[in-house]
Design a protein around this ligand. Structure first.
Ligand code: SF4
Length: 414
């Protein structure tokens, strides 16, 4: 099964930093102790309320009325934003000039960002770097998959933060540091940018790009609402991924979304998991499994456990057997997604041999565990999570990149 790109070997990282990094309201230390508080990170994001993208139809209608227009002008705004995907207020040519001027005069903007760089892999996967209003760069990936009937499934893998504070040991994003949370429109616009690039509707969205979605849950849920109701992507076509932040899976389950939770497990034991995912120290495996079970019971949606296979680290037969035992202990409603590691520069980890991957999958299947192996997509497009962004913006903490100009698009041949 092809799901997201291994670009999105989201939640598989852990390169130890030799220094402490302080950002906004909290500190990450090289000890592997990451203060996991979604609220502390949420406070770190700046809020820009006068952005149209992300607003619902009723909110847009209210805005129109507030600016002295009739209700239906709000509906027109909705159509222009989400159907026509117009990027500038002055290009809303169906609207009276006076209304456009009033919107701009009151400080409103659409909220679309320019594409700074486009990289196309030989398999058709496209990675975009978007340059945000504060000059920070984020990655988003479009993954096209054709079916036998000739139609195309287009998956957008979206980022939820600029960088990531969690530093999973195998992840390029984690190596690049953390800057801030994304706002809801900065998540939604990634999907629209992928649609524009492919001239095709996005059919699936996975929150598996840069960042830990559960550390930005408010904006992620707002973007989820917008993608579902305004951009018209079915809830079942949306997957929210996490490496695990205490108390957030319960919060997510309470919304009873019909979306898949993809939990990045990567190890069958607490001890091994802590060596791969530093933040695991704050969230014991038993608590994770209990929360995932509750998620299934609350939503009836099967939880997908993501498992990045790292050669010689967590890909042995004994690990598969331990994983099967763990899942059986916690009942039904699970699926395991195996992700052969996508090597990144500077990482000590290796990609496992194909035979090891198949043996791991076979061991799980023999114990009646649902399993699939994620196909590698876009490996030639700096595909590992955060890799492309890191090439162009070494420190996401810096903002003085005004001089950076859009870069030429590139095609990457295998
Ligand atoms: S983006 Fe963050 S949570 Fe996801 S793998 Fe990378 S470091 Fe871990």
């Amino acid at each position: 099964m092809i799901t997201a790109s291994t670009a999105l070997v989201h939640h598989v990282c852990s390169v130890p930093f030799s220094r402490s990094i302080r950002f906004c309201s909290f500190t990450v230390t090289c000890s592997g102790k990451v203060p996991l508080s979604s609220s502390s990170v949420t406070r770190a994001s700046h809020v820009d309320p006068r952005v149209l993208l992300g607003m619902s139809e009723s909110e847009l209608q209210q805005l129109a009325v507030d600016l002295g227009q009739q209700n239906y002008r709000g509906k027109q705004l909705h159509h222009l934003l989400y159907q026509r995907k117009v990027k500038e207020i002055q290009d809303f040519s169906q609207l009276p000039l006076a209304f456009r001027n009033d919107l701009e005069g009151a400080g409103w903007r659409v909220g679309r960002s320019p594409t700074y760089r486009t990289v196309t892999a030989a398999d058709g996967t496209v990675k975009l770097l978007l340059k945000l209003q504060d000059n920070r760069l984020i990655e988003t990936v479009g993954i096209p998959v054709g079916d036998e009937k000739g139609s195309m499934r287009l998956t957008a893998c979206v980022s939820s933060q600029v960088g990531c504070p969690l530093r999973c040991s195998f992840c390029a994003t984690g190596k690049g540091g953390y800057s801030r949370n994304l706002q809801r429109h900065e998540i939604v616009e990634q999907v629209l940018a992928i649609e524009e690039t492919f001239q095709h509707r996005v059919t699936n969205v996975v929150f598996m790009g840069m960042g830990e979605p559960m550390l930005n849950l408010k904006a992620v849920l707002e973007a989820h609402r917008c993608l579902n109701k305004d951009v018209q992507i079915g809830q079942r076509m949306i997957t929210i991924s996490t490496v695990g932040v205490p108390n957030t899976v319960k919060r997510l389950a309470a919304y009873k979304l019909q979306s898949t939770l993809a939990f990045s497990l990567h190890a069958p034991t607490q001890k091994l998991r802590e060596t791969i995912v530093p933040s695991a120290k704050s969230y014991p495996l038993d608590a994770i499994m209990r929360d995932c079970k509750d998620y299934f019971l609350e939503t009836s949606r099967r939880v997908s456990f993501e498992y990045a296979l790292l050669a010689g680290v967590n890909d042995k037969l004994e690990h598969a057997l331990e994983l099967a035992e763990l899942l059986h202990k916690w009942g039904r409603g699970y699926h395991v997604n195996l992700i052969p590691f996508n090597p990144i520069e500077g990482s000590d980890y290796q990609r496992p041999h194909k035979k090891a991957v198949q043996a791991f999958a076979a061991a799980l299947e023999s114990r009646k565990i649902n399993v699939s192996i994620r196909q590698t997509r876009g490996m030639d497009a700096s595909a590992a999570c955060g890799q492309l962004r890191n090439e162009f913006q070494k420190s996401p903490l810096l903002t003085n990149s005004d001089s950076e100009k859009p870069q030429p698009d590139v095609q990457v041949a295998c």
